[in-house]
Design a protein around this ligand. Sequence first.
Ligand SMILES: Nc1ncnc2c1ncn2[C@@H]1O[C@H](COP(=O)(O)OP(=O)(O)OP(=O)(O)O)[C@@H](O)[C@H]1O
Ligand SMILES: [Zn+2]
Length: 728
Amino acid sequence: MTLGFAEIALPVPMRGHFDYLLPEGMVPCIGARVLVPFGRRKLVGIVMRCKSASDMPTDKLRAVETLLDEEAVLSQLFLDWLNWASQYYQHPLGDILFTALPVNLRKGLTQDALQKAWQLTDKGQQCDPQDLKRAAKQQALLIALKPGPQLHQTLSEHYSAAIFRALEEKDLIEAANLAVAAKLDWPEHISLAEQPRPNLEQSLAISAIAHQNETFRCFLLEGVTGSGKTEVYLQAIEPLLRQGKQVLILVPEIGLTPQTVRRFQLRFGLDVGILHSGLTDNERMQVWRQARSGELGIVIGTRSAIFTPMKSPGMIIVDEEHDGSYKQQDGWRYHARDMAVVRARLENIPLLLGSATPSLESLNNALTGKYQHLLLRQRAGQAKPVQHKLLDLKGQQLEFGLTRGMRQRIQAHLQQGNQVMLFINRRGYAPALICHQCGFVEECHSCDRSYTLHRSLNKLQCHHCSDAKPIPHACAQCGASPMQPVGMGTEQLEQGIASLFPGYQAARIDSDSARGKQKLHQLLEDINQGKHQLLIGTQILAKGHHFPNVSLVVILDVDGALFSADYRAAEKLAQLITQVAGRAGRAHIQGELWLQTHHPSHPLLQDLLNNGYQHFARLALKERRFAALPPFSYQALFRAESNHAAQAHDFLLQVRQLLSPGPEMAAIGPIPALMEKRQGRYRMQLLLQSQQRTGIQQQLNRLMGQIEKLPLANKVRWSLDMDPQDFT
Ligand SMILES: Nc1ncnc2c1ncn2[C@@H]1O[C@H](COP(=O)(O)OP(=O)(O)OP(=O)(O)O)[C@@H](O)[C@H]1O
Ligand SMILES: [Zn+2]
């Protein structure tokens, strides 16, 4: 039986595969790439199956043009994994497969590592070396190439450029590319650096993992900030690395600092593969290739690194597993942590999730015994727990958002030679510009939100779309001048700090000042070398950084987040506060956290401060259970956007009418998104919620095809988000 047909997955927004004819003699393996005609284009596709017949009439089928791979780019295990994802996320498999591949492979470039080499031409093959006896070097090179092509790098140790040129001009040799063999001997070169002796809780965690590191198992390592989670990772992976097994470590987007990478490099004396958004396509391709061939023992990367293949997988680690950056927020909206769970199960390897502030989803899995729960309750080494305090802002005189008492505290910490961190979650100079005469506010018309004033850029900028405009000299409504900034952002605080604490250097760390990876790394480096005494920053500062000299952390204003319509807001705020606080007192000095608020008796703040995140999270889980919210129910969110609010609304209404809400699945909406308008488009949502995953899945399996065919489906921008994290 000849397999004359192939099912090909293509990166197009359509479900299902496409049948193509296989030319005589072409026998692709499953998971290999092919080049196929599609409409008037040529597309790279993935072979999903070869078969002896097609349901399509043969004369309607087109043929595969080129087979691009001898070896599959996606293993059967990856195909199974991504197939699962396609069903779970209700997203076309073609798009998922291509998301999982490095850009070079999506474009059809070769998967092999090629190095420049030389080989004989036909003429060179026939040439008798005796003919070259008057040019000894040329003769030697010709003889050296008789057995077959050789790498330029090796040859160039013996032959000069002139020799190559001479033979090339005589048409005896030509340049070629040779695949390089993988170097797999790294386990022999592990040289373990000095390591701290694990404390009791760390030892328990390390040995619990060591006991079950041969099969699938999920661990949740819940350890307070600075408790030495990274040390647990390091010691837990050592035995695996020694056996030649590879480890994939996911870190949050802004947590991937040279400090982190260096820690892994130095401990084992090995090369570490690094994957983040700042790499070129070729750099990514190289890490992908080296991980797949087994050349890299350790790969550290952000969200999409979860798609890195490994020849001998040993373990996957997801650090700061609660972090929002693991969720992809457009296109295929996967959650890298959840993808990791399924991958680890298929690969039959352990998965280690770590956080000081675990997500309520993972915590629930640990508390119900689905995951093995490992606890680190104490800070490692000499570090003491951070003291948490609330400062009531009511009726207080503020200078640059700081009370007099707070300014004195800061001064005291600075005088002791320590660093102080001021956290404010708002970049720019001021979040709005208002007219003092008539109350007019400069607003972005595409988003109906106020522009942020950026003094350093000398512009007004909308933080919800990319719109920017010059700072007006007078009010556009009444003509009175000038407009007044209201509220405070990082830029203003930086300016204020310079006048309040002369003689000390301040560093501002937000996405404006730290644009580009290098700049952030430089800033972090400077901070750790003590070039700055005052650190002002946004979210970026909160993530996993180790600042041993910071003794005081002040969160200028937490009130905005206390009264949000999003049920996840409390969890996110508690995580943020705990993580920010965790930057203080990480070495020998006592750390202190101050929260400034107008609502010091707010139950969330009280619980967090008196009892810590662990207590807060367990209480929050009870509330979620009571309210039947995730993780005690499952959600899927349809989003629709359009220039016409009615179209977005009507599309979701039609979706709702197709679905049959009932006791097993509730549908809420269509309702406007928390941010109703952005970039000129109106935004609506339809939320599905069910006690069982299958309640939602079954209906969507049945209906996605019909939903895609609704007449409005082509008129509005819409998407489906499984397990939505964000309702803005
Ligand atoms: N057993 C130990 N003895 C002494 N020092 C330790 C020990 N374990 C870890 N440390 C040190 O304590 C500091 C904090 O450890 P580590 O960075 O591993 O904590 P973490 O829990 O990953 O931190 P976070 O989640 O807050 O970023 C590091 O400087 C580390 O070298
Ligand atoms: Zn805007």
